[in-house]
Design a protein around this ligand. Structure first.
Ligand code: QAP
Ligand code: CO
Length: 182
């Protein structure tokens, strides 16, 4: 078990399109448990492999209140979409920011589970929204891409200000710009 570092917007690696998983082997099982651990610790309700710099078509989520219903989708595919729903979305790769985004309300999904067995199911509401959000990551797409130009520019400015500030704080605390390599 290991916690994986999460890439943050505007990291260009979040734009890489993920490749199909060819075999659900031990490497994938380890990745799935590490991603679940990382998501629970964050805490978040969904995490795509892209966010931990692994460019494979795989995501994990848990929208249950008790945080005890982990779900893993490998090579997910949306077969059909119905309706529309607006949901206040956030993202572990865009910490501290949320905005209402419109997506399909109900979807039909095909994917492999963590054992490599094919599954077909219907999802609606938050479950459907979360799957669509995480599947976007696999295409190199972020929820902020749906915002108006004005809102995205404001967000970028805010994030640049934050990262300048945290770098300045780090220098003040350690006298160095980056952590020492041991
Ligand atoms: C995607 O996002 C999602 O800003 C999963 O400071 C979110 O788990 C899909 C998080 C909402 C549908 C609706 C965000 C944690 C977690 C933050 C997350 C933060 C701490 C986001
Ligand atoms: Co996200």
């Amino acid at each position: 078990m290991a916690l994986l570092p999460i890439l943050e917007y505007p990291d260009p690696r979040l734009r890489i399109r993920a490749e199909l998983v060819v075999e659900v082997d031990e490497t994938i099982s380890t990745l799935v448990s590490d991603m679940l651990e990382t998501m629970y610790e964050a805490p978040g309700i969904g995490l795509a492999a892209t966010q931990v710099n692994i460019h494979k078509r795989l995501l994990v989520l848990d929208i249950s209140e008790k945080r005890n219903e982990p779900c893993c989708l490998i090579n997910p595919k949306i077969l059909s979409r119905e309706g529309q729903i607006g949901y206040e979305e956030g993202c572990l790769s865009v910490p501290g920011f949320s905005e209402e985004i419109q997506r399909a309300e109900r979807i039909s999904v095909e994917a492999l589970d963590e054992k490599g067995s094919p599954r077909k199911f219907e999802a609606e509401g938050l479950f459907a929204v979360c799957i669509q959000h995480e599947m976007d990551h696999l295409e190199g797409k972020l929820f902020v891409d749906y915002l108006s130009e004005l809102k995205r520019q404001r967000l970028k400015k805010k994030i640049m200000k934050q990262s300048k500030q945290s770098k300045a704080d780090a220098v003040r605390e350690t006298g160095r710009l980056t952590a020492p390599v041991i």
